[in-house]
Ligand binder design. Structure first.
Ligand code: SAM
Length: 390
């Protein structure tokens, strides 16, 4: 991750085609601003990322991998998916079977890896459901599965909306919650402000408006000092509640970067957690390059746990990505590869480093599990469980 407040941002110049695309996204957002004078940042983020056919995730941009803007664990490090298969298998075993529902499946690589790995263990789910907001990514997911796990393609089904109540199985999402629109707020001497976006002097700029009670009520108990700027992931919390209500028996497993609340709203983090990615450069200005760059916010895992427990789910586990992967067979995959091909083995150890070292993805990324009707402790968290820190 790039350091915060790094001054002027040196980003690669978008192509003429990219400029034209961004201008269309900008025009759409400006239209909405023109009607109201300003819009909440959450709405800006929603349009910039998900406006149908135009937003960053909704249009055809490459996004993931070396030729895109950022990498994610399942995209670049297949051993991540293999470890996850260990967790999926033990959860489905405990449930006596069921479906897997992956939300926000990106390019479809994790789905393909999981299907192959679970098949090899004779542990396939009844159906592998995918819930994906972006029509473009749905097509890409279908193509990935068709190309790399064709024998399992018939088991995959895309949902147009959240599943009907009564779902049994595992809901799984990697880097979904950080991609959901957030409210940005500022603590001022005269109360909490909601940060909005307006159009001024030919660019988008920030405005501060009195915060609605839904934001102010969340910020007051945090006891933050004037000048403190941060985010609240109301959309992610609402989404967890909505999907959790539909789970009759099963587990929700989210992997994402973030912290427990006390660390999220730490005095040292007084400019918030927004991060943007454009062609592998990370920076903190979400108001530029609309439609061309990813915009994310870290996850407040205490809020996610509360969203689940509010609707009667149990908090089943919380740990770092490193501990989770090691607790789900990572070292066994490495041991098994030793006598084999040296190049493959080196590639695997490189994946392990990226996924587990504390200054890479190992510590910043966390795994949280919520569930209903789960009687036994989840073995997936046996190595380490930090639930008490939430
Ligand atoms: C940062 S990408 C992560 C993709 C993939 N899981 C990975 O780790 O490579 C976020 C994904 O979530 C999807 N997404 C965002 N909001 C969603 C929602 N409410 N329902 C379903 N998918 C959503 C995006 O379209 C995209 O596929």
């Amino acid at each position: 991750m790039a350091p915060r407040n790094q001054g002027p941002i040196a980003l690669p110049e978008p192509s003429a085609e990219e400029h034209a695309h961004s201008e269309r996204v900008s025009a759409l957002i400006r239209d909405e601003i023109a009607r109201a004078g300003s819009i909440a940042f959450s709405r800006f983020m929603e349009l910039a990322l998900y406006a149908p056919g135009l937003g960053y995730y909704a249009a055809g941009k490459r996004k993931f991998g070396a030729a895109g803007d950022f990498i994610t664990a399942p995209e670049s490090y297949p051993v991540f998916g293999r470890c996850l298969a260990t967790a999926v298998q033990s959860i489905l075993d405990q449930l006596g079977g069921g479906d897997v529902l992956e939300a926000g499946a990106g390019s479809g690589k994790l789905a393909a890896t999981l299907l192959r790995e679970l098949a090899a263990r004779g542990a396939l789910p009844d159906t592998y459901l995918i819930l994906e907001l972006s029509a473009d990514l749905r097509e890409r997911q279908a193509a990935t599965i068709e190309q790399t796990a064709p024998e399992h393609a018939a088991r995959v089904r895309w949902l147009d909306r959240l599943p009907e109540p009564g779902f049994r199985g595992l809901v799984l999402a990697n880097e979904l919650l950080d991609a959901m629109p957030v409210e940005r707020f500022k603590v001022a001497a005269d109360g909490v402000k909601r940060m909005g976006v307006t159009w001024r002097d030919a660019s988008f700029s920030w405005v501060e408006r009195p915060a609605p009670s839904i934001v102010a009520e969340r910020v007051h108990p945090l006891m933050l000092v004037p000048g403190y700027v941060s985010e609240i992931g109301l959309a992610a919390q609402a989404w967890v509640r909505s999907i959790g209500e539909r789970v009759a028996a099963g587990v929700l497993l989210f992997i994402d970067y973030g912290f427990p609340r006390a660390e999220f709203y730490h005095p040292d983090r007084a400019t918030g957690t927004l991060m943007c990615h454009y062609r592998h450069r990370a920076h903190t200005d979400p108001l530029i390059l609309p439609g061309l760059q990813d915009i994310t916010a870290h996850v407040d895992f205490t809020a996610i746990a509360q969203a689940g427990t509010d609707i009667g789910l149990d908090l089943l586990g919380y740990t770092s990505q490193a501990a989770f992967l090691l607790g789900n067979g990572l070292d066994e995959f490495v041991r098994a590869s030793v006598p084999g091909n040296v190049r493959e083995h080196l590639a695997l150890t490189e994946q392990v480093k990226k996924l587990t070292l504390p200054h890479e993805m190992g510590e910043l990324f966390k795994v949280i599990a919520l569930g209903r009707g789960i009687e036994r402790e989840l073995s997936a968290f046996a190595l380490q469980d930090r639930r008490l820190r939430l």
